[in-house]
Write a protein that binds this ligand. Structure first.
Ligand SMILES: [Zn+2]
Length: 446
């Protein structure tokens, strides 16, 4: 569809304003995900159509506008013109204040922009005064401008250096991502893209906005499928993209660009990036975290990876040694217990170890050591959670016909428990202390 193109009009305040309106349906453009934006605009001013001031001036922070409509509850406000950016094209919405009332959301309805306010506007401001004072939250907006402009630059750099296109992008609360049309991305390319993007920042190249007829527009990074007038955002010598978002005036304002995490998403690689203030805040947080680690290992920041690797190696060795010492200790304890236990009439040494809580595994090595000797039966009991372990010596099993696995399994089944084992050692868990006592009396140990 072709829209009529009107000549730019001279507004009362002397500022040259080009009246433009997005022509796509807001429903077709989920606000969280951009498609490396294609925006179509028309130069026409119709009654009831919101004049989008941000199209021609991204730096407009305060303005006055006439209230042209509102919902019954007064929470949805329509203005004749607005600098508030609605969530669209991958860029989040602005916030701010209208007539002193906080603005919480801005929605693109196609022809009009809806401003969702925290409370109805004061009567005297909208009835007696024709216009209301509006102020956008500049910190939030400028952050979006840095991230969004940085995205254009980064996407352009990936095309310039490696011929890799951007499929989509996302500007999030904490960080932003671009999805690149490639199955893999070598670390060297990530470094080169980051270096080149920052180089373009240092070159402080101007960004410009122009309105061009789609049929005659050339050299777009991504060809637009839209007809009519396109809003073209360009970075001098680097990029030309159809986009309706807000951008900085020069690349220097984007600030530092950091590439961070990479994720493979189906056939694309998602690259997380941070620009400007976000990059500085992230670098500060990284430095603080790394400094704390450096302090722990008493080293300089750059030595942390080496020192941590050495610490982990030392911890692994210490753990290995601890496990060996525990096994040795259990051996001694088992033998000592055996020596200190008097045999019964049949010459069998029986012992029961009971723990109120913990883990039966702690007693397994002692049980093994105890029953490694002649004519020995070892029972370990845990009250919480109720569990039992039965170990018998080889001769106890073979000579007296005790099979630890079969004996315990039968007792456990009778008491509603679960478990089992082999002839020499078996283990099981019970649903209650009563069931545990039942098992103990069953194997005639307690
Ligand atoms: Zn853009």
């Amino acid at each position: 569809m072709r829209w009529p193109v009107l000549a730019p009009v001279r507004r009362p305040r002397g500022r040259l304003t080009i009246l433009v309106t997005l022509s796509f349906s807001p429903l077709s453009r989920p606000h969280e995900w951009g498609h490396d934006t294609h925006e179509c605009v028309r130069h026409v001013k119709l009654a009831g159509v919101t004049d989008r001031l941000y199209y021609t001036d991204s730096y407009l922070r305060e303005f006055r506008a006439r209230v042209t409509g509102r919902s019954d509850d007064g929470r949805r406000i329509y203005l004749d013109r607005t600098a508030f950016y609605p969530a669209s094209g991958g860029q989040p919405h602005d916030t701010g204040v209208i007539a002193g009332v906080p603005l919480v959301d801005v929605e693109d309805e196609g022809e009009r922009i809806a401003h969702l306010v925290a409370a109805p506007l004061p009567e005297h401001d909208t009835l007696q005064a024709d216009e209301v004072d509006c102020r956008i939250d500049w910190d939030r907006r400028f952050d979006h401008m840095q991230q969004h402009s940085g995205q254009h630059l980064l996407s352009a750099v990936f095309v310039e250096r490696f011929g890799i296109a951007t499929v989509s992008f996302h500007l999030g609360q904490e960080n932003s991502t671009i999805d690149l049309d490639t199955a893999t991305l070598e670390p060297a390319r990530v470094l080169e893209a980051e270096r080149r993007a920052n180089e373009a920042v240092f070159e402080n190249r101007p960004l410009g906005v122009s309105f061009e007829d789609a049929a005659e527009t050339r050299d777009l990074r991504k060809p637009s499928e839209r007809a009519g007038t396109l809003r073209i955002v360009s970075i001098e010598g680097l990029d030309r993209s159809a986009c309706g978002g807000t951008h900085v005036a020069r690349t220097g304002e984007i600030g530092p660009i950091l590439l961070r995490k990479l994720d493979r998403i189906r056939n694309t690689v998602r690259v997380e990036f941070l620009c400007g203030g976000r990059a500085v805040r992230r670098a500060r947080a990284d430095f603080d975290a790394l400094s704390r680690v450096a302090q722990m290992v008493s080293g300089a920041l750059d030595e942390v990876p080496g020192l941590m690797a050495a610490q982990f190696e030392a911890a692994r060795n210490a753990d290995k040694l601890r496990r060996k010492l525990e096994a040795d200790l259990a051996q001694y304890q088992g033998r000592e217990l055996y020596a200190a236990t008097a045999p019964d009439e049949a010459g069998v040494r029986r012992i029961l170890r009971r723990l109120p809580s913990g883990n039966l595994e702690d007693l397994r090595a002692i049980a093994q050591s105890f029953t490694a000797q002649a004519k020995a039966v070892f029972v370990a009991v845990l009250d919480e959670p109720p569990a039992v372990l039965l170990a018998v010596s080889a001769d106890s099993g073979a000579d007296s016909g005790i099979d630890a696995g079969k004996l315990l399994k039968a007792a456990l089944t009778q008491a509603g428990g679960r478990g089992g084992g082999n002839q020499r050692m078996a283990q099981g868990s019970l649903p209650s202390l009563e069931a545990l006592e039942q098992v103990l009396s069953c194997i005639r140990i307690s």
